[in-house]
Design a protein around this ligand. Structure first.
Ligand code: PLP
Length: 439
């Protein structure tokens, strides 16, 4: 049987649920990236590095909650904290000790955060960061890097190479798209246009490093250009935050942004996001009784679930563990083993391809090259072209048939609960899958 025939035969429960879902959700799914032909998997529960589907199959999970699960599924300390908080109230309609504890846990890990505000998602965080930068500088345009992902609001989607129905052209008119990794392009944009408020980027490259650039030199160059032109530097650390290192990409590379956007791990894998950074910028949100303070010039920021106590205790518990235990070290060590093993499989099977990535964020590509050390427009083109081939989808399906679930089509996010046996089982499945795909 083919990979696809095996997939269909093995997952009747998922197929049946999907048939019902297409009449309920657009495309049958609640997140664009969960859409899959002929149907996606339905998962019932997860524990540590593993999860189970409705047909009873067990998976080693590298989706890792879209990056949120550095502690693995259902970490006991997070689960206990959330259950206890449930009993004390899920929304107290007030300021809480929990939000203070959560903010302190963030500031403890990321020294650039002098002030912080909470949201419900990363999309809200990047929207607020852009608004803060515009309000603070009195300028209107934002530089965004080609292919970099910042959620789904109108400005974040600028530069996408597909049409975007529903987005007013004015929104994109205020966005300046430059090729990623190219400092000259940023310099020219800043010199040409005095209306640039900020530059936003994923600090390890698009899609948490799938399209790499020369870190830290590129980040250092951006820091200098932003200082020269009084432009706000925004690191979108929604994925890299607390994963690239306990203090994110900014601490790993020693480059301090003006604003940082966070989500996923920051909320202990519950819904939540945050924007933080320099006090004079984030304080644009502040209201004051002081008659000298012009409250009409402030940035508006309500939000029913901002700083909600469930996300607060989950986030604080997770970040306190990251600060006190070798969470990142363990995840990174297993990711290194996985990356080396995947490259070994590519070599042994003589399939052209490469695994690369930073910390616990691994990508593989069927393009040939050493993408931990090579970057630039040509590398990006090769990686993007290789990612679009049907073989990549077949590898994903083949891995699922063998009990491995990966993020998107070609990424593996490793948690602190993955152990050597999980990695080795993954490598055997990868080798068998590559052999099957090559047939
Ligand atoms: N920024 C980055 C770098 C992301 O990867 C994501 C989501 O994957 C977002 C922003 C949007 O976050 P959310 O999905 O919580 O809205």
């Amino acid at each position: 049987p083919t990979i696809l025939e095996q997939y269909i035969a093995q997952h009747p429960g998922s197929a049946e649920r999907y048939r019902k879902a297409v009449g309920i959700f657009p495309g049958g799914v609640t997140h664009d990236n969960r859409y899959a032909e002929p149907f996606p998997l339905y998962i019932t529960h997860g524990l540590g590095p593993r999860k189970w589907d409705v047909d009873g199959h067990e998976y080693i999970d590298y989706v890792s909650g879209h990056g949120a699960l550095i502690l693995g599924h259902s970490h006991p300390a997070v689960a206990d904290a959330v259950v206890e908080q449930m009993r004390r109230g899920t929304h107290l309609g007030a300021c809480t000790d929990e939000e203070l504890r959560w903010a302190r846990a963030i500031m403890n890990l990321m020294p650039s955060i002098e002030r912080v505000r909470f949201h419900s998602s990363g999309t809200e965080a990047t929207l607020m960061a852009m608004r803060l930068a515009r309000a603070y500088t009195g300028r209107s345009k934002i530089i965004k890097l080609q292919d970099h992902f910042h959620g789904w609001h109108d400005y974040a989607m600028a530069g996408s190479d597909r049409p975007a129905p529903g987005i007013p052209p004015e929104a994109w008119g205020s966005m300046v798209i430059v090729p990623a990794g190219d400092l000259d392009a940023v310099q020219q944009a800043m010199e040409r246009d005095t209306d640039i408020a900020a530059i936003i980027l994923e600090p390890t490259g698009a899609h948490y490093g799938q399209l790499p650039f020369d870190v830290p030199n590129y980040l250092l160059g951006l820091r200098q250009l932003c200082d020269q032109h009084s432009v706000v530097l925004i690191f979108d650390e929604v994925v890299t935050g607390f994963r690239a290192s306990p203090g994110g990409a900014q601490v790993r590379y020693g480059v301090s942004p003006d604003l940082t956007t966070m989500a996923k791990i920051v909320a202990g894998a519950l819904p939540g996001g945050a924007v933080g950074g320099k006090s004079d910028i984030v304080d644009m949100i502040a209201q004051r009784g002081d008659p000298e303070w012009d409250n009409t010039q402030r940035v508006y920021h309500p939000g029913t679930f901002n700083g909600n106590p469930l996300s607060a205790v989950a986030g604080a518990t997770c970040l306190e563990l990251i600060a006190s235990e070798p969470i990142n070290q363990n995840a990174d060590a297993m990711a290194d083993r996985l990356k080396a093993g995947l490259n070994d499989v590519f070599t042994r099977t003589e399939v052209s391809g490469h695994a690369y990535g930073i910390a616990s964020m691994i990508h593989f590509t069927l393009a040939d090259g050493d993408f931990d050390h090579e970057f630039g427009p040509d590398v990006n083109r090769r990686i993007k072209a290789a990612a679009a081939t049907p073989a990549v989808s077949s590898i994903k399906r083949g891995l699922q048939n063998r009990g491995i679930d990966i993020m998107g089509r070609d990424a593996l996010l490793v948690s602190a609960t993955h152990h050597e046996a999980d990695i080795d089982q993954t490598l055997s499945a990868f080798e068998a899958t590559l052999a099957q795909v090559r047939e």
